[in-house]
Design a protein around this ligand. Structure first.
Ligand SMILES: [Zn+2]
Length: 134
């Protein structure tokens, strides 16, 4: 399914290429329609730690009862399933909560001495002020 069909995936993540989806439709023990399958996608986002572009390759396994929010009625009264909205919601749920490179893979921009823990501690001046009071 081409990513250009999705309109709500716009903010933090950008899809790269097509979203690959495999779905199976069936009835569960209670006669409810269910969807099972897998979703594979690639995306990019600005890393919230280093502000560079981070690449994500995400996979998700799906197993859901068909929820009413994806059902609509056609002009002829038939019940339709909004597959695009379902897949788009699954993509959104697959994205990580925060867009970042893996821990330790990048450092925030700024003073490298402070990031590395070297250099003078900016709070040392407070310690010297307290010592001068005594
Ligand atoms: Zn990063």
């Amino acid at each position: 399914m081409p990513a250009t069909q999705f309109i709500r995936i716009t903010s933090a993540f950008s899809l790269v290429g097509a979203v690959n989806v495999t779905l199976e439709f069936a009835l569960n023990d209670r006669g409810q329609p269910v969807i099972c399958g897998e979703l594979h996608l690639r995306a990019t986002a600005q890393c919230q730690r280093c502000l560079e572009t981070a690449h994500f390759e995400l996979n998700s396994v799906l197993a859901h009862e068909v929820e009413d929010e994806y059902r609509t009625k056609s002009d002829t009264g038939n019940t339709l399933f909004d597959l695009a909205a379902f897949i788009e919601d699954e993509c959104i749920l697959t994205f990580p909560i925060s867009a970042m490179h893996p821990a330790g893979a990048c450092i925030p921009p700024g003073d490298p001495a402070l990031i590395a823990g070297g250099g003078p501690n900016p709070f040392d001046v407070l310690t010297s002020l307290r010592q001068n009071e005594r």
